[in-house]
Design a protein around this ligand. Sequence first.
Ligand SMILES: Cc1cc2nc3c(=O)[nH]c(=O)nc-3n(C[C@H](O)[C@H](O)[C@H](O)COP(=O)(O)OP(=O)(O)OC[C@H]3O[C@@H](n4cnc5c(N)ncnc54)[C@H](O)[C@@H]3O)c2cc1C
Length: 385
Amino acid sequence: MQVENFDVVIQGGGPVGLACTAWYLQKFPDAKILLLDRNPVDDADLTAADTRGVALSHGSKLLLDTINAWPSECADIHRVHVSQAGRFGRALMTREELKQEALGHIIRYRDIHFTLRSALRAIQSQSPNFVWRHIDSNTDMNSIQAKCIVHAEGGLFKTQDWVETGRDYEQSALVGLVEVENAQPHQAWERFTSEGPLAVLPSHYGPNILNLVWCGSPISSKTRLKLSDADFLKSLQAEFGSRIGQFLKIQDRRLYELGLNYRKNITQGNEVWIGNAAQTLHPVAGQGLNLGLRDAYLLAEKLSALFSKSEDQKTAVAIEATLQEYASSRKVDRTATIGLTDFMARIFTANLFPIVIGRGLALSALQWLPPVKTALARQMMFGRR
Ligand SMILES: Cc1cc2nc3c(=O)[nH]c(=O)nc-3n(C[C@H](O)[C@H](O)[C@H](O)COP(=O)(O)OP(=O)(O)OC[C@H]3O[C@@H](n4cnc5c(N)ncnc54)[C@H](O)[C@@H]3O)c2cc1C
């Protein structure tokens, strides 16, 4: 058996694994690196890929721009309106008050995936020692040896073969594309219902075609999935109200189970976990991929600095120390983002009277205390470094 030796193996060709590989190669084109990708070689075979709209922050846009991986089809968010169904308390955030070009951008998961694949192909042509291997369950891994292994296998809550620390919110997200009568362009709505958050977000298809993310109990979500289009629209209208007129059409309904699953230790020896392989979050704050991209960027920075050194400096001790340094540098951002998302997922689904009143007050406080609003928005847009 012929053994293949690499400095780094990245396992997982989702957005986080692709971005990490691209940033690493951009900083160190001669890197001896292997990307193990379970997805098909040809983009055309990914046509059934995930069409759900994902909110990427402006910070993520700036990072992806550095490798020309920003999708052309995207909708910018200029205002976010947050409220609770049938209760007091609301907050409005605008790009003007936060002095940003946009508060966020909505892009289909598949477009992020495609754009990163083509950005990596462009970088591949300048990277003589990079191997991008498409694998399946029959691929023999025993012949591969690496000094450092990066896990970017991602996955969704309840589909992951590891469960470490976390919480089952007993919620599912029903996503789809909904057509409405009269939406304001570039406006996002987040409404907290008795069963969970309901978000209506812009899409690149036009101002009246919006991305829906409706979180509810697994049983109600399954029932909503099976409703006829007319009944579904009626029940959505009842929950959301008439702010954007009538809900006219629903397409491409899909269900995702939601929960929190995260590793306390993201490194072990010469192995490191990033993106959803390190932490899987509730989508309430739209942070999972944003956090994963920051993981990928900072890890690529650390690994390229180490592996571009001379052979005698890439010892097992140096690799382990670099990964530990990486883990320490991610601690504040991970803790803040996981904590904020978990807090929002729990507080906005509780129905106890004091909590309902408290969150009305919290939303009002957010509205009337600009420094709190700016601090929260900055954390969600750029994370912490
Ligand atoms: C309903 C919903 C809405 C969301 N909304 C947002 C949002 O608005 N904003 C946001 O930032 N995040 C959002 N997220 C989270 C976001 O989708 C994830 O954080 C992101 O997809 C993680 O990327 P990843 O590359 O780590 O993992 P994945 O996207 O899961 O990709 C992992 C890849 O690795 C492959 N793989 C798996 N095992 C192996 C293996 N053994 N070897 C090789 N390859 C392997 C898989 O095939 C896959 O292609 C949302 C999630 C859900 C469920």
